[in-house]
Write a protein that binds this ligand. Structure first.
Ligand SMILES: *[C@@H]1O[C@H](CO)[C@@H](O)[C@H](O)[C@H]1NC(C)=O
Ligand SMILES: *[C@@H]1O[C@H](CO)[C@@H](O)[C@H](O)[C@H]1NC(C)=O
Ligand SMILES: *[C@@H]1O[C@H](CO)[C@@H](O)[C@H](O)[C@H]1NC(C)=O
Ligand SMILES: *[C@@H]1O[C@H](CO)[C@@H](O)[C@H](O)[C@H]1NC(C)=O
Length: 124
């Protein structure tokens, strides 16, 4: 009896966490790769794009900007969503990333909302 109750509690807890993760999926910060203490910050970009009624705001971040790499391999990337009230966007890597010397990151807002992100790209 006790065991069943405790299993039920575990299941309820798991479902609560799953629901939380799902509802916050579109307002999260993302990390890719490995950002060690010795990693160098290769590029930082602060993104602010106001909301546009009836639209998704899309923004593409490219590193390196001019397509000419400095030979450094990207080891880790962080995209911090600065919006904490549930109206933030999300980030995806479109090409490149950790292990490559270039990356294209796509940021997308939620419908009707804007974007406020800080993107950090680290390398060795
Ligand atoms: C991350 O980098 C550190 C320092 O180079 C290393 O010790 C660690 O094993 C790495 N972790 C992964 C998952 O690559
Ligand atoms: C986002 O803001 C940047 C910088 O102000 C601007 O160049 C760009 O056109 C904007 N993009 C969108 C989709 O609003
Ligand atoms: C949510 O936060 C953003 C950025 O801090 C702000 O611009 C926006 O007005 C807020 N929206 C709501 C519904 O509180
Ligand atoms: C990104 O790097 C990969 C290999 O590291 C290369 O094949 C590719 O052409 C690069 N893309 C751009 C846009 O420079």
């Amino acid at each position: 009896m006790m065991k069943q109750q405790s299993n039920l509690l575990k299941l309820t807890t798991a479902l609560t966490i799953a629901a939380y993760v799902i509802t916050t999926t579109y307002a999260i910060s993302s990390t890719w790769g490995n950002i060690s203490n010795s990693a160098q910050l290769l590029h930082v970009e602060n993104v602010f794009n106001a909301s546009s009624p009836g639209k998704y705001v899309n923004r593409e971040i490219k590193f390196p900007k001019n397509g000419i790499g400095n030979g450094r391999i990207i080891t880790g990337i962080r995209a911090f969503d600065q919006v904490t009230n549930g109206t933030g966007g999300h980030a995806t890597i479109y090409s490149g990333g950790p292990g490559f010397n270039n990356v294209t990151i796509k940021l997308q807002s939620q419908y009707n909302y804007g974007l406020i992100f800080r993107v950090e790209i680290y390398g060795q």
